[in-house]
Design a protein around this ligand. Structure first.
Ligand code: COA
Length: 145
């Protein structure tokens, strides 16, 4: 709860391009709502006693896979492995709860996120044209044995 304001600030900065395209901007209330939902995990990354990143995971159910809905790291803390660590934690949790698949969507031009996905064993499953805010996205998924 105490981190919600930081998460909204980080998101509004990290997703500036998408907000400029028409995506709704982020508020602390939205993060508080996320944190109260059943089967939603919010991972918060701290560095130098500051909130510097986060990841939101929905656990899925017998019918649908787990999904990483949102992940962001503050620009000046990027490239230090924080994003990968957040995704690794989410994958571990997905395994623990017995889910076989975790998916996420990202932009084809998002080099940092694509690198995180590929390095952690995600595979590109689909290229969806004009899927989000009239622009393309890629579906990446990771599977546990
Ligand atoms: C995507 C994001 C979460 C990654 O977080 P991060 O903490 O920087 O990630 P990591 O440091 O673990 O890994 C990033 C990797 O991409 C590499 N990278 C980053 N930008 C790059 C670029 N422009 N070209 C090539 N490689 C790049 C980094 O060097 C690193 O690789 P390495 O581990 O081999 O050094 C972060 O960039 C971010 O918040 N972006 C804005 C929000 C966003 O796009 N979220 C994802 C939407 S699905």
């Amino acid at each position: 709860m105490a981190d919600a304001k930081s998460l909204a600030q980080i998101s509004n900065e990290a997703f500036r391009d998408e907000i400029d395209r028409g995506m709704q901007s982020f508020t602390s209330e939205r993060f508080i709502d996320f944190s109260k939902k059943p089967h939603v995990k919010v991972y918060v990354a701290e560095a130098e006693r500051e909130v510097v990143g986060f990841l939101i995971l929905t656990e899925g159910n017998i019918e649908t896979p787990a999904q990483i809905h949102l992940i962001a790291v503050m620009k000046n803390f990027g490239g230090k492995g924080i994003g990968k660590k957040l995704v690794k934690n989410a994958i571990e949790h997905v395994k623990v709860i017995g889910r076989k698949k975790v998916k996420l969507f990202t932009r084809p031009w998002n080099v940092a996120m694509s690198k995180v996905c590929i390095d952690l064993g995600f595979v590109p499953e689909a290229y969806l044209r004009g899927e989000f805010l009239d622009a393309d996205i890629i579906l990446y998924s990771a599977f546990s044995k």
